[in-house]
Design a binder for this molecule. Structure first.
Ligand code: NAD
Length: 300
């Protein structure tokens, strides 16, 4: 078998198109423009790249983008005051504080100070609880993107066996909740799981979110399974020249693609969906705040 490659780049583009179309309608019909505020503390180079990219894509779909850059040594109280201001700003429908924060800031406290209705990352404890109890919430962007791809690929997920490898708060746990919400039989595997190959081998859906380069080989995968590779790992690529590197996922793509029914590549799979879902969440938050119709197919 040769797996179908799930093109995350193209799918993300289609999500952005849907968002842009709904934003245009919203502006026309209600005069409201969704706004996303992104807060960056410090000068972490990777975070700077993400924030730039988020701002650019926000504007491209017709929404307002507000960027707030704070010095690395900003007191925590100043960040909390800024969040309070954004919570009370009616032009801001989504607030994202780029992680990680500097060591002197308490991440949980900062995240939980965001108005849950504007928490487009879905990390606020209220949104975690709402998701866990199957209620309407803001859903973390990466797992939401994975769910959208799975639904697009498989239609109904009901009754399928799914394994999520990784139990982080930002990917593994919310992913498992979403799959449960779609009536999968879900196993969460992690670093202490006994017989990981056996667990993976029973699954119709494999979501790998570990952060270990190519740790899932093709011979663990059930023939025909759908494989979503969240991992992003940089490894040496001497074949490209001295000192060169390349990105790989948590799944060994070449061997897995011979067994799976469908698989996401790295790069070009889950990655592009994350920002697309951030835009979708901002639009959803704006619609909910103004009691307007939410877009179809862009939420869990
Ligand atoms: P994390 O480090 O917070 O969690 C990793 C999880 O993997 C842990 O729960 C741990 O128990 C589990 N684990 C570790 N070793 C294991 C092993 N040998 N076997 C089974 N499980 C094991 O990581 P995270 O934030 O969830 O991110 C996971 C990966 O996904 C990383 O590579 C990250 O870069 C990537 N990621 C990608 C996106 C995206 O947009 N595509 C977004 C978020 C994270």
């Amino acid at each position: 078998m040769t797996a179908q490659i799930i093109d995350g780049k193209a799918f993300a583009a289609s999500v952005r198109e849907k968002v842009a179309a709904h934003v245009a309608r919203l502006k026309d019909e209600s005069g409201i423009t969704p706004g996303l505020a992104v807060v960056l503390v410090g000068e972490d180079p990777a975070s700077q790249v993400y924030v730039r990219s988020k701002g650019k894509q926000t504007v491209e779909v017709g929404m307002n983008s507000y960027e707030h850059k704070l010095e690395a040594n900003t007191p925590e109280a100043d960040l909390l005051a800024l969040i309070d201001k954004l919570n009370n700003d009616p032009a801001v429908h989504g607030i994202l504080v780029q992680l990680p924060l500097p060591d002197h800031m308490r991440e949980d406290l900062v995240i939980n100070s965001i108005d849950p209705a504007k928490d487009v990352d879905g990390f606020h404890i209220s949104n975690v609880g709402l998701l866990g109890t199957g209620q309407k919430s803001m859903v973390p962007c990466t797992p939401l993107g994975c769910l959208m791809m799975l639904r697009e690929q498989l239609g109904s997920l009901s009754g399928l066996d799914a394994v999520v490898i990784g139990r982080s708060n930002i990917v593994g746990k919310p992913m498992a909740q979403l799959l449960l919400g779609d009536s999968c039989t879900v196993t969460i595997a992690h670093s202490r799981t006994k017989d990981l190959p056996g667990v993976v081998g029973r699954a119709d859906i494999v979501v790998a979110a570990v952060g270990r380069a190519e740790m899932v080989p093709g011979d663990w995968i059930k023939p025909g399974a759908t494989v979503i590779d969240v991992g992003i790992n940089r490894i040496d690529a001497p074949e490209k020249g001295e000192g060169k590197t390349r990105l790989v996922g948590d799944v060994h793509f070449e061997s897995a693609a011979k067994v799976a029914g469908a698989i996401t590549p790295v790069p070009g799979g889950v990655g592009p969906m994350t920002i697309a879902c951030l835009l979708a969440n901002t639009l959803t938050a704006c619609c909910r705040a103004n009691e307007l119709t939410e877009p179809d197919g862009l939420t869990a």
